[in-house]
Design a protein around this ligand. Structure first.
Ligand code: NDP
Length: 315
């Protein structure tokens, strides 16, 4: 890396952790951020902080670590006019490059390092001498050295330590697998919990017992950890036999042909850009539907009961 300057644009979830890891691995890191609390945090952590255009002008390698939905405008207005000839641009997700919302000039090397880990986790494992998994890709490689820069950056982020790896992927694949999770099982989990609450309380279960059972006890988090460590079905061993039998016989009943058809349609809507267009319109219209859906979610009686329980639990 020599004395190349790494510019971290956005000192948020990923930005803070990646900046600290790269600096602790000996790289010359600066931060580009709007002058507010995130910028103050970066200064407190000892980084030189500039406004985004200034940071971009100074940087040889730019990590774009601001929310996906605002990247297009920030890129157009603050990055494109200032980016050095021959610079490297690193995305943490496939979204904007895959859909062509951001089209870097042909002299720019375009890479993707998309951690499969939340921001603070990227830092936490680093300080504990461990690695983290990521999907990585080279998008545009004008100097035929994109792969080598990519591997060096992954190494300096601490990815290759124990427990980590870089899966060679593509912007398309990362976009598909990331959005398809959000559009299927993650969303299904939220709304199936709501349906469970409705049915169980209708049959006389107390709201507190239901909310504890579903997620508030932390058992769900433990199951997720066992899946990570032991495998999806192998972790069943940690449940009682009655539980295992129930899961194996009743779980498949919900996965109908209709479910699979919906899943496939959603994957197609992601790949052909239908969802991205819808989300773009939503942003342009001031997040009307997004805000309304949040309000509607809060109207469910489970919200009030959850607040009561969390007060008792001191959360
Ligand atoms: P954050 O939401 O934490 O980003 C916050 C940063 O973006 C802050 O520095 C904030 O500064 C800046 N920002 C927000 N709005 C604006 C704006 N309008 N103009 C300029 N700066 C702005 O982002 P994440 O770290 O969650 O995500 C960054 C990237 O990492 C994304 O591509 C995401 O897909 C990817 N990613 C995220 C993961 C995660 O766990 N969060 C996991 C894997 C990948 P300020 O408010 O001061 O303007």
């Amino acid at each position: 890396m020599g004395n190349k300057i790494i510019g971290i644009i956005g000192y948020g979830n990923q930005g803070k952790s990646q900046a600290l890891n790269l600096r602790d691995s000996g790289l010359n890191v600066i931060v580009g951020n709007v002058n507010d609390n995130y910028a103050k945090d970066a200064e407190k952590d000892g980084f030189k902080v500039y406004d985004i255009p200034e940071a971009v002008k100074k940087s040889d390698i730019i990590f774009l670590l601001i929310p996906d939905e605002i990247q297009k405008n920030i890129y157009k207005n603050h990055i494109e006019p200032n980016i050095k000839i021959g610079a490297t641009l690193v995305f943490a997700s496939g979204y904007n490059y895959f859909y062509g919302f951001i089209r870097p000039r042909s002299d720019i090397t375009v890479l993707m390092i998309a951690p499969r880990m939340i921001g603070w986790g990227v830092r936490d494992v680093y300080v504990n001498d461990q690695g983290f998994p990521s999907l990585v890709a080279v998008g545009q490689d004008p100097n035929n050295n994109g792969y080598s820069i990519l591997m060096t950056l992954c190494d300096r982020l601490g990815m290759f330590r124990k427990g980590g790896c870089a899966v060679l992927s593509s912007f398309k694949e990362e976009t598909l697998v990331d959005l398809l999770s959000e559009h299927s099982w993650v969303g299904v989990m939220l709304y199936s919990f709501r349906a469970y609450y409705d049915v169980a309380t209708e049959l006389g279960a107390s709201p507190a017992s239901v909310i504890l059972e579903l997620y508030a006890s932390g058992e769900l988090a433990e199951i997720a950890k066992s899946m990570r460590d032991m495998g999806l079905f192998n972790q069943l061993k940690t449940h009682s036999r009655t539980s295992q039998y129930g899961q194996l016989t009743r779980g498949p009943l919900y996965i109908t042909d209709e479910f699979k058809k919906t899943l496939k349609n959603e994957a197609i809507n992601i790949l052909n850009g239908t969802f991205a267009r819808e989300w773009n319109d939503e942003e342009n219209n001031g997040y009307i539907v997004y805000n309304r859906l949040h309000e509607m979610a809060k109207e469910h009686p489970m919200e009030t009961e959850e607040r009561k329980l969390y007060k008792i639990l001191g959360r």
